[in-house]
Design a protein around this ligand. Structure first.
Ligand code: DOR
Ligand code: ZN
Length: 366
């Protein structure tokens, strides 16, 4: 179900007509409520901000487990979910476990049986924020991954190798060749999500793979490339991991969403850090996109002339990959210029949202 209202179009239309006959000026866009298939909410006092920002647009969200300490077992995931639910926003958190060298097959069975843990997250140790307890060698996780394959539980992968000698811009490509392909050859029935892809190689791999591979795409990797991060001075609020790549990779990601391939779906990787932790001698990785996430995606899809493909990307492809129904309700965006706030309160501290101060052309209706 999708519905776009046009000011200057008189007859009825179908997606194929839309694909053939841009440009038309839509003024309102009603979508099945989207979900966020990759989200960091953090914990404690900031939950009131982070959960509410996501809940105003998304029905469900896959909640990343890289807390301190990480969410490594079902009891921790259950307690974390209760703290999110206590915000009473209506957001349905779909919990994940943090895979370590010591996660056992029994840990996976317990998580699956709980019904609240929907997936398991693989961070190569040292790849990103709070990944020190991650997997040091893939073989250490084989028992857990074999059990996930048996149960049909998705493995969510931060796809970067971590060897010091590998250039940071080549770490995703290196992961595909040295880790991902061998992993899928060993576990050919595994449901795997290649998270926050950033390169042409990753997009092509997902598109052409004969395995059960999906991928999430973030707003920042669709909107920006490394020039935005580095030209004219370092922009710490655009620093995330995997890091923004050159513009040809950004274009490949935009082509991936234009393709409409259902393996690609929305995952913001919204990852809040207070302003001081970003604007620092050692700035944290992560972009806080939750306050305007669906509007940011709408802006990209409009630029690409594919607004009619937003609903599948945001609301249908993710549930289909996870074997879940789409949401019952809808959200509406209206064509209206508004400015992303320059800063927001973050439990008494300050946070700078992605695209702070920029004018967006679509606004979520309350
Ligand atoms: O930029 C990132 N921030 N990438 C990640 O993988 C983790 C995240 C975070 O938790 O801050
Ligand atoms: Zn993430």
């Amino acid at each position: 179900m999708w519905r776009i209202i046009f000011t200057d179009y008189k007859a009825s239309f179908s997606p194929s007509i839309l694909a053939l006959e841009p440009p038309m000026t839509a003024t309102s866009l009603t979508l099945i409520q989207p979900d966020d298939w990759h989200l960091h909410l953090r914990d404690g006092a900031v939950l009131s901000r982070t959960v509410a920002d996501t809940a105003k647009q998304f029905g469900r969200a896959i909640i990343m487990p890289n807390l301190t300490p990480p969410v490594t077992n079902t009891a921790m995931a259950t307690e974390y979910k209760a703290r999110i639910d206590a915000q009473a926003t209506g957001l349905m958190p779909l919990m994940t476990l943090y895979l370590t060298d010591h996660t056992s097959a029994d840990d996976i069975r317990t998580a699956h049986a709980s019904g609240i843990v929907k997936a398991v997250k693989l961070y190569p140790a040292g790849a990103t924020t709070n990944s020190a307890a991650g997997v040091t060698a893939m073989a250490n996780a084989y028992d857990a991954i074999a059990t996930m394959e048996e149960l049909g539980m998705p493995l969510l992968v931060h796809g970067e190798i971590t060897h010091a000698e590998v250039d940071i811009f080549d770490r995703e490509k290196g992961f595909i060749d040295s880790q991902l392909i061998p992993l899928l050859e060993r576990f050919p029935k595994l449901n795997l999500v290649f998270e926050h892809i950033t390169t042409k190689e990753a997009a092509e791999f997902v598109q052409s793979s004969s395995y059960k591979v999906g991928a999430t795409l973030t707003p920042q990797h669709l909107m920006y490339n490394r020039n935005h991060l580095l030209v004219g001075g370092v922009k710490p609020h655009l620093y995330c991991l995997p890091v923004l790549k050159r513009n040809t990779h950004q274009q490949a990601l935009r082509d991936a969403v234009v393709s409409g391939n259902p393996r690609f779906f929305l995952g913001t990787d919204s990852a809040p850090h207070a302003q001081g932790a970003k604007e620092s001698a050692c700035g944290c990785a992560g972009c806080y996109s939750a306050p305007a996430a669906i509007e940011l995606y709408a802006q990209v899809f409009e630029e690409l002339g594919i607004l009619h493909k937003l609903e599948a990307f945001a609301s249908l492809n993710g549930p289909a990959f996870y074997g879940l129904p789409a949401n019952d309700n809808t959200i509406t965006l209206v064509k209206q210029d508004w400015q992303v706030p320059a800063s927001l309160n973050y439990a008494g501290d300050t946070i700078i949202p992605l695209a702070a101060g920029e004018t967006l052309h679509w606004k979520l209706q309350d």
